[in-house]
Design a protein around this ligand. Structure first.
Ligand SMILES: [Zn+2]
Ligand SMILES: [Zn+2]
Length: 316
């Protein structure tokens, strides 16, 4: 046996045990002897026996659209979802009245069948799920006529769930047990709710912050004034200081979105821009022209550096 037979250790490691479980040892043998890792040949030897299979219905997936306002507060939703539910006439069994059963002849009601396989360890008893009854131990003698033996029926289910505040676009919420019922009885699948965020017409989401691009006119940016800005819940009025530079970020603390992980609520960031007009009347042109050589229109080196240092998010 070459060293490649025991990846990560020599033969000594193997015989000393080294905390290896039987499964590990068998899987090592499996690797050596043709790669039957955890194969059925070992299921009898390791003491595992197949359980009666619990059937599970399929998951349902729906998308819901949410506005930023709804995401900020969280919402309770009630929706009609077309779902396969347990047939009420046979209690999901598919058998007439839920009682028209007989014991499975293949497995005699145990749900498992035993076969004997030859392996390198000798003859092995292997248990597997009964193919006739799929592990239930019972076979239907007369089908339920309402569901034609399927055990399920199509129904619009009214489903209510809560969407917590702060969800992200594309996030999936799981509503346990509200998916489809399986054929022949068992546990329901889940309802998966995928969040789709409706873009706000003016606010841009950035994690839990929201950004608003505020366009000031030259007189307001120069002389100061006020500006109205949209928020998630309504509107807010901001004071604009004289000499407000384009590129300045005004922060409205706590006006963003709540977080789902317990970190603080986000902010609304106001990204200040200043509108430079492209079309001007002759009178406007001459008014601006008259300012061209006016001393305060040109920044000093010190003023420039002061502005740049405040806008260091752009200049660093
Ligand atoms: Zn059976
Ligand atoms: Zn039925």
């Amino acid at each position: 046996m070459g060293p490649q037979g025991f990846p990560g250790g020599g033969a000594g490691d193997f015989y000393s045990g080294g905390g290896m479980s039987m499964d590990d040892i068998f899987s090592m043998f499996g690797d050596i002897f043709g790669g039957r890792r955890g194969g059925s040949a070992f299921s009898g030897a390791t003491g595992g026996s197949p359980r009666r299979r619990q059937r599970r219905g399929s998951d349902l997936r729906i998308r819901i659209k949410m506005t930023l306002e709804e995401i900020a507060k969280g919402v309770d939703k009630t929706l009609k979802v077309p779902t396969y539910v347990k047939c009420e006439h046979c209690d999901g069994t598919g058998a007439k009245n839920g009682t028209a059963f007989a014991t499975c002849n293949t497995c005699h009601g145990t749900g498992v069948v035993t076969s004997v396989e030859q392996s390198f360890l000798g003859m092995q008893h292997v248990q597997s799920v009964c193919p006739t009854c799929e592990g239930t131990g019972k076979v239907i003698t007369e089908r339920c006529t309402y569901c034609n033996g399927e055990g399920v029926q199509r129904k619009d289910e009214q489903i209510s769930f809560h969407v917590p505040a702060g969800v992200q676009d594309g996030q999936t919420l799981t509503v346990k047990g509200r998916g489809n019922a399986p054929r022949g009885g068992g546990v329901n699948g889940d309802l998966l709710v995928v969040i789709e965020e409706i873009k706000h017409p003016q606010l841009i989401r950035d994690g839990n912050d929201v950004i608003y691009n505020l366009m000031l006119d030259i007189p307001t940016a120069t002389l100061g004034g006020s500006a109205e800005v949209p928020t998630i819940t309504g509107r807010a009025r901001l004071n604009i200081a004289p000499g407000t530079q384009p590129g300045k970020i005004l922060r409205m603390r706590g006006k963003g979105l709540p977080s789902m992980d317990g970190s603080p609520t986000g902010d609304e960031l106001i990204n200040v821009m200043v509108y430079i007009p492209e079309k001007l009347s002759e009178a406007e042109k001459s008014a601006i022209e008259s300012l061209r050589n006016s001393p305060n229109m040109q920044p000093t080196e010190a003023e420039k550096n002061k502005i740049f240092s405040k806008l260091n998010h752009l200049f660093e």
